[in-house]
Design a protein around this ligand. Structure first.
Ligand code: BES
Ligand code: MN
Ligand code: MN
Length: 455
């Protein structure tokens, strides 16, 4: 048995310096001005894998490159495909960061930077486990492939194209997706489901151009007002989505699953406090866990239009745009929901307005059975390293490529060493270093136990 604790103890400061180096590359996939940084971030992790003896292919896409890496062949041993992403979300709002987002800083045992938990830190954790294993033994105990992309945060279009053209890349005994977090400190978990997403922009035009609100107000249609009435028709104050047909395929979790959630160490009060809300809302007849994990949602992310500068301007805006997304749950289908949304918007649009819906990205929800043998191995590794086995949970977030990772029927293990308060996508994103160090030992043990299962 290889215990990577000694490796972590010995290499800790170098590993931290290396991770900081990677985190300081601002690989923001959605911003065109960061395209070169995305490529640099890909090259950084490719170089590291190359040093470990992996054969690395760079696959070009319309935007940011995909990395495919293969470890040395280990005949007779199982194969694990590891997935993660090197791209990150924009760091805004910048002035809320205590230290700059691309200047990684350690405070109180946590490393702060954009991408620490989502997802560079977690990819680094897996790669460091592989490094530790090959240093200790001169070889790896199993066949490892890594698929690391740079478009996860923008919908994984390039990777979708690649895996659709080459489905056999997803042939493996297990797929390890370390882009989720554990349910609470000390409680390792595996996701049985993720939500899907339909991301859209609704654009309203009511006039040729902006008008004086005194001279025209009362008769000329206001685009922002039109937009708010329209949004109101898409979702009520009771949290119910008013898009016809939207709930048609929604499957409720089994009684067994719902009961198991009650025993989890996350409670409504703590969740509310962590969210920083005075009260929770939504479809309150469902538990908060069911609402965030197993109910579809519609959220407005931003509204653009009118006059928002300093001071006052009396104007009737001619156009307005809302950026929205719907989260989908099993067994909804993204394509169908996108069509339902289009129809609902057209139906709610008044005759005097030109209303268009643009779908920015879409991905299906995921459900993954937890009964395949690699889950037993993962459970054992967590028991040994974390002193507790895995709790089955769900996550409300989305990872667009997972449905395609399932296409060759390999079991998909959605697990991670991040924590719920890591602040993904927000200011001061962090990763607890003790989670990272323990995670290296955990994944090392997981890979070794998988390797023990010779076919
Ligand atoms: N890693 C997250 C998703 C996630 C986080 C799943 C925590 C489960 C637990 C991922 O990077 C993400 O943010 N996905 C986006 C996808 C979208 C931009 C297409 C999301 O969920 O908003
Ligand atoms: Mn992620
Ligand atoms: Mn993310």
């Amino acid at each position: 048995m290889t215990d990577l604790t000694a490796f972590v103890e010995r290499e800790r400061s170098r590993l931290l310096a290396d991770l900081s180096d990677w985190l300081s590359i601002p690989s923001v996939s959605t911003l065109p001005e960061h395209a070169a940084d995305c490529r640099r971030a890909a090259e950084w992790i490719a170089a590291r894998l190359g040093k470990l003896g992996f054969r690395v292919d760079t696959i070009e896409t319309d935007r940011h490159p995909i990395l495919w890496a293969e470890g040395p062949a280990v005949p007779g041993a199982p194969t694990v495909l590891c997935y993660g992403h090197y791209d990150v979300q924009p760091p805004d709002p910048l002035n809320e960061w205590i230290t700059p987002p691309f200047q990684p800083t350690v405070r109180n045992g946590k490393i702060y930077a954009r991408g620490t938990a989502d997802d560079k830190g977690q990819v680094f954790c897996v790669v460091s486990a592989l490094e530790g294993l090959s240093r200790a033994n001169g070889r790896l105990p199993l066949n490892v492939r890594l698929l690391i992309e740079g478009e996860e945060e923008v919908g994984s279009k390039g990777l979708t194209k690649f895996l659709t053209a080459e489905p056999d890349r997803t042939r493996a005994d297990a797929v390890l997706v370390t882009d989720v977090h554990m349910v609470a400190p000390g409680y390792p978990s595996v996701d049985a489901a993720l939500r899907g997403i339909v991301h859209a922009e609704i654009h309203v035009r009511t006039l040729k151009s902006d008008l004086h609100s005194g001279l025209y107000g009362g008769a000329a249609p206001n685009a922002i007002e039109t937009l708010w009435h329209l949004l109101e028709r898409l979702k009520g104050p009771d949290g119910k989505i008013r898009v016809p047909g939207i709930y048609g395929r929604v499957k409720r979790p089994s009684a067994k699953e719902l009961k198991a959630w009650k025993a989890l160490p996350i409670k409504e009060k703590g969740f509310r406090a962590e969210a920083g809300a005075k009260a929770l809302n939504g479809e309150t007849k469902f538990s908060f866990l069911e609402r965030i994990w197993a109910r579809p949602t519609l959220e407005v992310h931003g509204i653009v239009g009118g006059f928002t500068g300093a001071g006052a301007k009396t104007v009737i805006p001619a156009e307005a745009t809302a950026k929205i997304s719907l989260r989908l749950v099993p067994d909804q289908r993204a394509k169908e929901v996108a069509a339902q949304l289009r129809r609902a918007v057209q139906r709610a649009a008044p005759k005097y307005a030109d209303v268009t819906v643009t779908i920015l990205s879409q991905s299906d929800p995921v459900q993954t059975p937890l009964d395949a043998w690699p889950f037993e191995v993962l459970d054992r590794a967590y028991r040994e390293v974390w002193k507790r086995g895995i709790s089955p949970i769900r996550s409300g977030g989305s990872i667009p490529i997972v449905p395609l990772l399932q296409q060759r029927k390999a079991p998909v293990l959605l697990t991670g060493i991040g924590l719920p308060d890591d602040g993904l996508h927000g200011p001061n994103e962090k990763l607890n270093l003790d989670q990272l160090w323990k995670g290296i030992v955990l994944f090392g043990r997981f890979f070794e136990l998988i390797g023990d299962r010779r076919r």
